[in-house]
Design a protein around this ligand. Structure first.
Ligand code: FDA
Length: 385
């Protein structure tokens, strides 16, 4: 059959794009390989879908071109998506740091998108293996179906066991579009060498400031049996490159000189006791042991205290890798933004070809930012094609 647009991938971005285009009177076909649409939406946010972040703006995204996302994000805001959610009577709450979640199941978000697609008479086909994509000057052809627009919305390769692949990149390359090297992001980091001792703390978490290079995040860090995880570590993992260190401030609330101050007010106290007041016991004990400051503070010179304080404020880990795409929530990199119009997501050199969502080299922080990009880029294309 002939359509105005064929959208490859019925995930967050593809469904949003389909509903917008369908409601503008376009004849739209969504082709989804899985047996159902929106599988990542269903498992997101622990099943409650952190569907946006009320503070989402361009600075919350990584891309080779940090300006690229501005236009789409400005034209479809978190408030716009929230209006849609509320118009479907879906109850929601803000959890922390502007992160908005469904009160109930993430299923409500998928049902909402499908209901909106139905309003636009979008045809959704699941369980479809996409074969050859043929293209002449003005038409894209897949099997017996054809359209003047083709949208790549098949996401990134994170979590292959859910069927994620590099399909979007292969297809983009076939059309001559460049791809920025994809890397796992929002992913736990693994520890080896001397750091391996910290794996004994598996299950312990604490609020820290974690940073790598200029990126710093104040959130929880979690020790795992393989290394480091928790929101603060997942956030810095998107910026981390093999060989780089990750520094952790275990006492982000402490003023400079706190240890010398503690010595003066209570010379008989120990570092271990002070750390136990601020941190989980097992972590406090490990840090105190590794600092080698076991005796009462009154017996320690101020210079030694300053040294320990500095170490606790910038504990240096040397991750030996990450848990890879198998555990990565998203992918950094993807179809180069240099190839696309930031207004419409259309390829500059291939009229009628669009790319949206995670397939594109725009990656959000943890906390609802990735869905906001999927919605905004889906709208940008859906309103243009
Ligand atoms: P998405 O992956 O959603 O959709 C792509 C679709 O294309 C899929 O349905 C896939 O089956 C289909 N497809 C793939 N290859 C195909 C092919 N060859 N042919 C046809 N179809 C094909 N983000 C956030 O903001 N808040 C959150 O709470 C979470 N939580 C979360 C949890 C977990 C465990 C993961 C893995 C990820 C998240 N994310 C998240 C990230 C978020 O899920 C992600 O950024 C978006 O789903 C990206 O939307 P897309 O539509 O681009 O890809």
């Amino acid at each position: 059959m002939d359509y105005d647009a064929i959208i490859l991938g019925g995930g967050a971005a593809g469904l949003m794009c389909a509903m917008r285009a369908g409601q503008r009177g376009r004849r739209v076909l969504v082709l989804e390989r899985a047996e159902r649409v929106g599988k990542k939406i269903l498992i997101s946010g622990g099943g409650r879908c952190n569907f946006t972040n009320i503070g989402a703006g361009p600075t919350n995204y990584l891309s080779a071109n940090p300006h690229f996302a501005k236009s789409a994000l400005a034209r479809y805001t978190p408030r716009d998506f929230l209006d849609l959610v509320e118009s479907h009577g879906i109850a929601w709450h803000e959890k922390t740091l502007g992160q908005l979640f469904c009160d109930g199941s993430a299923k409500a978000i998928v049902e909402m998108l499908l209901a909106e697609c139905a309003k636009g008479e979008v045809e959704v086909r699941c369980g479809v293996e996409i074969g050859e994509v043929a293209h002449d000057v003005s038409t894209f052809r897949i099997g017996d179906d054809s359209a003047r627009s083709l949208v790549i919305a098949t996401g990134g390769p994170s979590i292959p066991k859910m069927g994620a692949t590099g399909f979007a990149y292969d297809l983009a390359r076939r059309f001559g579009l460049k791809v920025v090297e994809p890397r796992p992001a929002l992913v736990p980091l693994t520890l080896g060498g001397e750091d391996v001792l910290f794996r004994e703390l598996s299950g312990v978490s604490a609020e820290v400031v974690a940073n790598t290079g200029k990126a710093a995040f104040r959130e929880a860090a979690l020790f795992t049996h393989r290394g480091l995880s928790g929101p603060a570590i997942l956030q810095v993992s998107s910026y981390w490159r093999p060989g780089e260190t990750v520094r952790v401030n275990f006492l982000p609330g402490s003023a400079a000189g706190w240890l010398a101050e503690a010595k003066r007010s209570n010379p008989r106290t120990t570092l271990r006791a002070l750390l136990r007041d601020a941190l989980p016991e097992r972590l406090a004990d490990t840090l105190a042991e590794r600092c080698g400051l076991e005796r009462e503070l009154g017996n320690q010179p101020d210079a030694a205290l300053r040294e320990v304080e500095a170490r606790l404020a910038a504990w240096t880990f040397h991750p030996n890798g990450s848990e890879g795409f198998a555990k990565a929530e998203v992918t950094v990199g993807g179809i180069s933004t240099a190839e696309l119009s930031s207004k419409t997501m259309e390829a500059r050199t291939v009229p009628g070809l669009y790319a949206i969502g995670e397939a594109v080299d725009v990656t959000g922080w943890l906390g609802g930012y990735n869905f906001q990009w999927a919605w905004a880029s889906g709208v940008a294309a859906g309103d243009a094609l």
